[in-house]
Design a protein. Sequence first.
Length: 318
Amino acid sequence: TKQDIATERLTYETNRAGLDSMYSDVKQKLEEETQLRLDVEKELQLQISMKMEMEMASRLLEKDIHEKQDTVIGLRKQLEDIKGINLELYQKLQTCEGSLKHKTEMVTKLEEKTNQLIATMKEMENRIKLFQSDKQAAEETARKLGQMLADKDAKRSALETDLKIEKEWRGTLQKTLETEKEKCSKYHLELQQLKEIKKEYNELKTRYHSIQELCQEQESALAELGSQLGDSKMKVENLKENQLIVKEAQWVDDTDSKHCKKCEKEFSISRRKHHCRNCGDIYCNECSDNKMSLPSSSKPVRVCDNCQTFLLQRFSAT
């Protein structure tokens, strides 16, 4: 009986020691879970602040879009003035057909060129309408910040290509107008009877120079708008990177993982589980014995070896 009592006492003591160790482990897990809850609350506050910054960025984008609409309206008015000038020139050339019968072939050539200019002006007006429709669509989609940011970037690149094409068209129009001016000067030398038409043509020439200066001023304004768009794009890309970091981090459950993700060693009482605060995966102490400051936390937190190398490369690149 004494031996049985001794064996029962030994089993009781071993059981009690195991229960004490289990109690200490449970207590440590409770402390870790409370710390995790505090970290999650901090991350929620940071996400709320990031949301406010995104709203401010969307408001700034709306202001930029309104300013671009005003510039497009001004360009359209100037294009209408140029169209009126071209129509006046066409009417004056028609009045001169009676006195210039022996040069009908040259006049027909000029008429074809003016028709080409009118067609190009119509194409430019159609493009301006397309720009307005694109801008209205951009205003509607600016309220949705998720996937529509990529669409805005694509539209911005399309607008830049269209503006380049318009500049090239404008250069060709200027060259054709200069050639027509030279031909008109030759005709005025040969035809002394058209002095009054020559005076009117000089007046139109001065008006054309004034319009050309206005176009150059508007091109400089468009260049400034392009620089502002570049700055806004950089801000939006920074906001995208912060959102991707927050979305990609998924917190892995303790019950799902039984091995370290890097060294694949099995977890036990001596080898405890640790979460990486950047990627959310579970590692052992040896594979996650690093601390770094993240955008989601003001203090340095635990980070795995893979995330440490990635973050160091990123910070060195910036």
